[in-house]
Each structure stands twice: as structure tokens, then as C-alpha cells.
Design a protein around this ligand. Structure first.
Ligand code: FES
Length: 117
């Protein structure tokens, strides 16, 4: 399962990665949690976090163009839904991890599933 956004909060350890003010609407932020590269988007004032690694050839994904909620891999054009990590277009065929994100007291926090640790 790669769509960790559906896990209950107690199944994740939430890690503060930035202040809310650092991520404006329409922007993205690159972070690492325990060597795990993650990109966070704020779209229509909501936050989404996905692995910054394409499932096709492990290329960095976060620099790709965004169309609505679809991120387009800059290497070979695979597409993924940033809300769920679901793969939408070849050449990738495997979903990527999507992580829960929340804002607590002015901090952006990403939930890493405990089963991953
Ligand atoms: S590395 Fe992303 S489509 Fe090939």
C-alpha cells in the first residue's frame, strides 16, 4: 500500500518539516525525512506530500510540471496523482507513496507510517 494518507493518524509518526509560512499556495517544498526524499505541494490551500522518486526509473519527480493534481515526471513523462500517489500514465506502472500532511501550530508535519521505520 502506497497511499498512506488513508492511515489513521496513530499509525504514523508526524515529523515537522517546515513552517507553514514557507509554503505558499501553488508552491512546492523539498524535504528529507530519514533519507527519504519527499516533495510537499500546496494546491488550492491544501497540502499534499509524495515521494520525490519516480517509480519508473527512480528519477526525481518533484521538479516536474503540475497540471491540476497531476505531477508529470520530467524524465519520461509518467504522471501521478499527488493526492494519492496513484500512477496515471506510462511508462510508470507502480504507484508512489503519498503521505499524510497536516499543519499544527504553524508547522507543516508529514506522517511517516510506523511500519516503514
Ligand atoms: S523516471 Fe519517471 S517516467 Fe521515467
Amino acid at each position: 500500500m502506497y497511499n498512506y494518507t488513508t492511515l489513521p493518524p496513530e499509525a504514523c509518526n508526524f515529523v515537522a518539516v517546515a513552517e507553514s509560512a514557507e509554503l505558499s499556495d501553488g508552491e512546492r517544498l523539498f524535504v528529507e525525512i530519514d533519507d527519504l526524499p519527499i516533495v510537499v505541494f500546496r494546491i488550492a490551500r491544501m497540502l499534499f506530500a509524495i515521494a520525490d522518486t519516480c517509480s519508473h526509473d527512480d528519477g526525481p519527480l518533484g521538479d516536474g510540471d503540475l497540471e491540476g493534481y497531476e505531477i508529470i515526471c520530467p524524465r519520461h513523462g509518467a504522471r501521478f496523482d499527488v493526492r494519492t500517489g496513484k500512477v496515471l500514465r506510462l511508462p510508470a506502472v507502480v504507484d508512489i507513496p503519498a503521505y499524510p500532511v497536516r499543519e499544527v501550530e504553524g508547522q507543516i508535519e508529514i506522517g511517516i507510517p510506523k511500519e516503514q521505520e
